[in-house]
Design a protein around this ligand. Sequence first.
Ligand SMILES: [Zn+2]
Length: 267
Amino acid sequence: MKATKTRWVKFLGTAGARFVMIRQLRSSAGIWYHLDGFNLLVDPGPGTLVRCASSRPKLDPSSLSAILLSHIHLDHSNDINVMIEAMTNGGFNPRGILFAPPEALDGETRVVLPYLRQAVRQIFPLTPGTQFPLTEKWTLHIPPFRHRHPVETYGYLLTSPAITIGHITDTAFFPDLLEGYKNATILIINVVRLKGDQDAERGIQHLNLEDARTLIREIRPRRAILTHFGMTMLKAHPWEVAAQLTQELGVEVIAANDGMTVDLSAE
Ligand SMILES: [Zn+2]
């Protein structure tokens, strides 16, 4: 008999930053978690709805329990409205939870359409250090700091008695990340750049491979998963980079592919 997977994460897309997204060198769809029956979608970039429909097996957006947006940049937020519609049966069946930075919800910077707000059962603005119980087993934790990125950006931890999934979304490196994500047993890192270059001066504020190495070496999760690749990372072959890090650090490091599912049931 085939064992059923009770916990998994599926990377619908692994594109990072604008050029890989615009040219669709990798899909820019989001990340779908299945956490013991709780379905959570994170950062629905362009193509998320399409990728749900073309996934094998299909992912049904009306089975989503929640959507989390880390920040308003287009490669993360483009499909937020259509996914809210899909989660709520065209807005006719109000349900689900939306987690998003305050600036995604209100004011000039908002990306969630006002008329869709009532379709969602609950909306929680993300703020540093908050936590939200998702189910009896699972809790969403926001580290006690904003990420360093040009817009209001948060990473998150999904904790359960068995595992803690940490996702370091878009950010420049800063030492608080080591403390904030230290409990992650599964660590997902958005590694956009191969090298630092003049990123800081240009205000791009993304992690590079050296930053990812530091994070994995210091946090020492059971497994690290790299995703959200920009052009320089793609050219360096993320799977080779991951194999090298595995050997060097003695931690299993995986490079995500479009459509890759990681089974977390046995963790
Ligand atoms: Zn961004």
